[in-house]
Write a protein that binds this ligand. Structure first.
Ligand code: PEP
Ligand code: MG
Length: 880
């Protein structure tokens, strides 16, 4: 038989056709049963009908292909010989299980039939063999029930009704208490039910039972629930399932028998010990179904020390072979251990890290494998607080998981309310339609942030991620009545005393408080991070605006600051006053007067930042947002501002209306501000240079860089760069600083035109930093703040695979980046290129950055470890 036409793969004592690598063809279960048999483990013999056959059968409307019968016969004969038992025999019957097994695990989606091969005669054979007639009768009635339900679609409810009736009649509570006579009676009733609903007798020929069961497993590939599962988990319909036919072993053959499931290491904390449970005198299904409370592995070692030892040695063999933690199923039949399944075990982030590092230390895997095995989600779990997975959740709404983490607190409806209540020791969640720069204090004091609108790069999302604070945006179901301090979700009203919990990893909003698990940076975490640094070529910086953020980033491994958004420094109550004074000034002199007040603050900020990153580059961006963002909108705030500045309210209103823009994101912002108000640039550059000189005079090695945002024309840089250089020279002279001062001046690439004309831009810019939030906004024509209203529909309808503000659109936006890097480096050979948009912390985007040859990525301090891991993975993938 040619290899490609072979449909059945045997695994037994003398012959094993399959192997572990044949997952696609044999399904995960079948491939591993073959592999375990090859390893000499005690696997009950059997055979696997391959996935190709499933597709063949489904294409033929369920008809079994001609050649399959012969192949099936041959394999049954092999199995009979191996087991020393015969199909349907009344003395020594062979019984099998029939189980589905696709390449990707689809838990509980498809059918299982046990005890196949029993009929009116062989049941007596089983009774003699097992010396337990009650057990044999029970196995037979289970077969009729399973076969009736799964293969012949008889509603299981009918069988259950009959079972309940007999239990009542016999006055027993438990199935296990039914005696032989009762079971005989039940079998008769089951047969009648079977005939009533199928118009035929329960098949006595094992061959027929088997063929019908195989067809049923194949058909179960296409049940609506299996299709839906594949849709959700993006599994192709074209894979098909394999069918595993395996000789039965019984965990329910008395007190020396048992069934169990175990992980070779603890899947919650990663400790190196068998972790699982088992049930004495039970079939595997009973362990999972929770009929009785199973016992622990420790109890297993007390119950049967020898079996425990065997399991421990199997654990060693499996881990040495698969080089990973395994999830196993086993059965003990009258004191003999059998292995029924092994597969890679699912684990928590904590366990993933511990297992990977330990396995390197044990010599089981290489460091590279450990790095490749961990995921961003694993590290996320380690870095942020999360909810106890065992806690119950009452979900009331869903939004975009804008910033990961978890938080519980009472609802607060304004920034001031959050500050006041949290000062009084309350845990509160800030609820806003959307946040603005004015909310910064409240956002900072809140445990978490919840907004009705906004997307993944809305103000709330960006700020929250920077702080590692949990945030959910775009919760469409949220109706906020700020005046009455209430939110309405699905007609239920929640007020300031109601507690909600936010899961920033899933976007779920829940009622009530949920217990938190705190993050822990263990020694293993540091070890793994060191390994990633050995392999990655991409630098990793952080986006930070305060010394505290910079320090946090540095602790987590940041190699500098890739973006300091200076506007965040102006929201402090004292500074915003001078900022507003500056904005409201209607002549240069008054503007300079207000700026003079801001300069010392800025200088102090920069000194703090530069010192926190001493020896490492700090990229400081000049003011970027439209000025109206700094002005008050609230009536009362306007009244107070007028009073404190000694100007009329009318003047303030007039200035606000002058600054009003219909489309501020495309208005007077970025480098346009510096061109219109060069005095702002002058103040900021002066503060940077003064701070630098002050630090250098204290023997530090600070390395500032000045970054001009939102340029689109080389001429903009041609105009602004000399202003920056003149200001640097002026401060140097004023401060009598005679050493050379190396402060590179670069630009952000955020406007598509800048990318398209990168060669010209690089004639002025000494470095590029891709601001992919704006670059995405402008390339796609999607507003960062409004895309939330349609993005979820786009994602749901598969128009876009992922939120382009979270994961870089490498086809479109990526093309601009690729071009800009190439053209930019053509005109300036050593042009340093980095990314500082939100994508700098997204693993897929980081892979892209590695491929196009960027020098570094910059992301929120909390994402630095994830970026280090992704950068190392990108380098390792490329090497392959
Ligand atoms: C960007 O546009 O990618 C960026 C980093 O700047 P901001 O988010 O502050 O506009
Ligand atoms: Mg930007």
């Amino acid at each position: 038989m040619s290899k490609s036409s072979k449909r059945i793969f045997y695994f037994g004592h003398k012959r094993v056709d399959g192997r572990g690598t044949m997952r696609e063809l044999l399904g995960g279960k079948g491939a591993n049963l073959a592999e375990m048999t090859r390893l000499g483990l005690p696997v009950p013999p059997g055979f696997t009908i391959c996935t190709r056959t499933c597709l063949e059968v489904l294409e033929n409307n369920g008809a079994i292909p001609a050649g399959l019968h012969d192949e099936l016969d041959k394999n049954i004969q092999r199995l009979q010989k191996d087991c020393g038992r015969m199909f349907g025999d009344e003395k020594n019957p062979l019984l099998v299980s029939v189980r589905s097994g696709a390449a990707n695990s689809m838990p509980g989606m498809m059918d299982t039939i046990l005890n196949l091969g029993l009929n009116d005669r062989s049941v007596e054979g089983l009774a003699r063999l097992s010396k337990d007639r009650r057990f044999a009768l029970d196995a037979y009635r289970r077969l009729i029930q399973m076969y009736g339900d799964v293969v012949m679609s008889v509603d299981h409810h009918h069988f259950e009704q009959a079972l309940d009736g007999i239990k009542k009649q016999q006055q027993v509570e438990n199935d296990a208490e039914l005696n032989e006579a009762a079971l005989e009676q039940l079998i008769q009733q089951y047969k009648i039910i079977f005939k009533q609903h199928t118009k035929q007798d329960f098949p006595q020929r094992p061959q027929e039972q088997l063929e019908m069961s195989i067809a049923s497993v194949f058909n179960s590939w296409n049940t609506p629930r299996a299709r839906r599962y594949r849709e959700i988990h993006a599994i192709s319909d074209q894979l098909g399932t394999a069918v595993n036919i395996q000789s039965m072993v019984f965990g329910n053959l008395g007190e020396t028998s048992a069934s169990g499931v175990a992980f070779t290491r603890n899947p919650a904390d990663g400790s190196n010990q068998l972790y699982g449970e088992f049930l004495i005198n039970a079939q595997g299904e009973d362990v999972v179904a929770g009929i009785r409370t199973p016992q622990t592995m420790r109890a297993l070692s007390d119950w049967n020390r020898d079996i425990y030892k065997q399991l421990k040695s199997i654990k060693k063999i499996l881990e040495a072979h698969y080089h990973d933690m395994q999830d196993i199923e086993f059965t003990i039949e009258q004191g003999r251990l059998y292995m029924l399944q092994t597969r890679t075990g699912k684990r928590s982030g904590h366990a993933a890290l511990k297992i990977a590092v330990q396995m390197v230390k044990e010599g089981l895997i290489k460091k590279k494998t450990a790095i490749m095995r961990l995921t961003a989600e694993d590290l996320n779990q380690l870095l942020l607080p999360s909810f106890d997975p065992a806690a119950t959740r009452t979900v009331i709404a869903r939004g975009l998981p804008a910033s990961p983490g978890a938080a519980s607190g009472k609802l607060a409806f304004s920034s001031e309310e959050v500050v006041e209540r949290s000062n009084n020791g309350e845990a509160v969640i800030l609820v806003r339609h959307e946040t603005s720069a004015d909310d910064i204090d409240g956002m900072h004091a809140a445990r978490g942030i919840l907004t009705a609108t906004g997307g993944a790069t809305s103000h709330a999302a960006v700020v929250a991620r920077g702080w590692g604070k949990c945030c959910i945006t775009g919760v469409a179901a949220l109706q906020i009545d700020t005046a009455r301090r209430r939110v309405i979700i699905d007609d239920i009203s929640y007020g300031p005393d109601d507690v909600v919990s936010l899961d920033g990893n899933t976007g779920e909003v829940m009622t009530g408080a949920i217990a938190l698990i705190n993050p822990e940076l263990s020694g293993d975490f540091a070890t793994l991070m060191k390994w990633t640094d050995r392999y990655r070529t991409l630098g990793v910086r952080c986006n930070a605006d305060t010394p505290a953020d910079a320090e946090r980033g540095r602790q987590l491994g940041a190699e500098g600051i890739g973006l300091c958004r200076t506007e965040h420094m102006f929201f402090d109550p004292q500074r915003i006053q001078s900022m507003r004074e500056m904005i409201l000034a209607d002549d240069l002199e008054s503007r300079q007067k207000a700026l003079k007040k801001l300069l010392p603050y800025q200088r102090r900020d920069f000194e703090g930042l530069l010192m926190a990153m001493d020896g490492l580059p700090v990229t400081i961006r000049l003011l970027d947002p439209p000025l109206h963002e700094f002005l008050p909108t609230d009536k009362q705030d306007i009244v107070e501002l007028a009073k404190s500045l000694g100007v009329s309210q009318t003047l303030i209103r007039q200035r606000i209306s002058e600054l009003h823009e219909s489309n501020p994101m495309l208005g007077n912002r970025g480098c346009r501000l510096s061109i219109c108000y060069p005095e702002i640039l002058h103040m900021q550059v002066s503060a940077i240079v003064e701070a630098t000189i002050n630090c250098l005079r204290k023997q530090s090695q600070v390395k500032p860089q000045i970054m001009i945002p939102l340029t689109g024309f080389a001429s903009e840089l041609g105009y602004l760069k000399p202003l920056v250089l003149d200001c640097i020279a002026e401060v140097k002279k004023r401060k009598r600083f005679s050493d050379t001062l190396d402060i590179p001046v670069g630009t952000m690439i955020e406007v598509p035109r800048a990318a398209l004309t990168a060669a010209e831009m690089a004639e002025h810019a000494e470095f590029f930093s891709f601001g992919t939030n704006d670059l995405t906004q402008m390339t796609l024509g999607f507003s960062r703040d409004d895309a939330g209203s349609f993005l979820s529909t786009y994602l749901h309808r598969n128009i876009l695979p992922r939120d382009p503000f979270q994961s870089l659109d490498s086809v479109g936006v990526g093309q601009l980046i690729r071009l800009a890097v190439k053209q930019g480096r053509k005109s300036r050979k050593n042009l340093s290129c980095g990314i500082c948009g939100e994508h700098g912390g997204d693993p897929d985007s980081i892979h892209f950055c590695h491929q196009v040859g960027l020098d570094y990525v910059s992301c929120s301090p909390f994402r630095v470890p994830i970026a280090r891991l992704a950068a190392a993975q990108a380098a390792l993938v490329k090497k392959k």
